[in-house]
Design a protein around this ligand. Sequence first.
Ligand code: FE2
Length: 383
Amino acid sequence: MVVRFSPFSLKLSQQPHNHEFSCFSKQVAVSCSYGLKRFDLRRPQILSSAFGGKSNGLRVFVVSDLHTDYDENLKWVECLSNVKYKDDVLLVAGDVAETYSKFVVTMSLLRERFEHVFYVPGNHDLWCRREGQNYVDSVEKFNKLLEACKRIGVETNPMVVGALGIIPLFSWYHESFDKEEDITGYRIPSLEMACKDFYACNWPNGLSNGDTSLSLYFDALNDKQTESIKEIQKTCDHIITFSHFVPRQELCPEKRMLFYPKLPKVIGSDPLEDRIRSIHGAQGREHASSCHVFGHTHFCWDAVVDGIRYVQAPLAYPRERKRRMNGGDKWLPFCLYADKKFSRKLNPCFWSDYYSLIPRTPHNTKLAPWVARFYKLKKTIDV
Ligand SMILES: [Fe+2]
């Protein structure tokens, strides 16, 4: 996910960096004047791959938002061990690369390293701006990417691996996903100005970013898998579903915390959450574990909501990675499943850790101090 407006040069997934809200420090201090209490988060010593030690059984690693258009990110993929993951599964939750050639290179590298690679497309994968002449539109590019996956040996359909059911879910966002109160009184750029999808994707007639058509279109593609999903539900105690987009608004920080407060309008899908619940059950699966992996916002996330565990473990942009523990050094795909059980929590997850301690108050629309300083108060004109 990226915004393109200046002069702010905002990064949507940026965690605040100032004396009031210092992330990943030994003690996270939240300004009392901001209405929140001081709380402690021990600096975690567990790297994202720590659970992925020696194992005799199936291991499943997850990652999203590889963005290998950045040389550093492609290098990261190239540097993944050729040996360590030979018997393992990798779930790639979208946004691999903007260009087809980089996409193929990246997925081929991953396929060489993992026994099974699963993938769902993200919005960046469907951009046509640099290679518009190669595709009629983003739907054609979507189909070309799925064909490439088939050729390379990357899975895009549900499958049982060992005793684990893995279900990729296609999705797209819609503005009405955002149900929380808007921030007003500031000059916040429009979605069209801020979100590159609005000009980098190209949709056929009837599909548009401006309504629910894209979210319904991509969700309906999952209907083709109804029978295989039923089979997985019958036979597997453990199921992992995954998508690029966000299924619930609680899986994103509140608007006042975001450098682009309109972000929740371009991240998530209600039909996606309905589909996840239709697979895992309204309260998750009884006597079993339910997990959904997603991407797109570049916020590390690990939280259980209504019986389902939701995880995001993005590689993200190089500048975002540098703000993580160890400056992002040695960041590896997160091992979500090994030895027939799900892993401990992904650590650190700044925002989901925060919300595990502090309830959401979306009716509070006063911008957080690190956001407010970027925006000038809107001038009101009386007519
Ligand atoms: Fe994305």
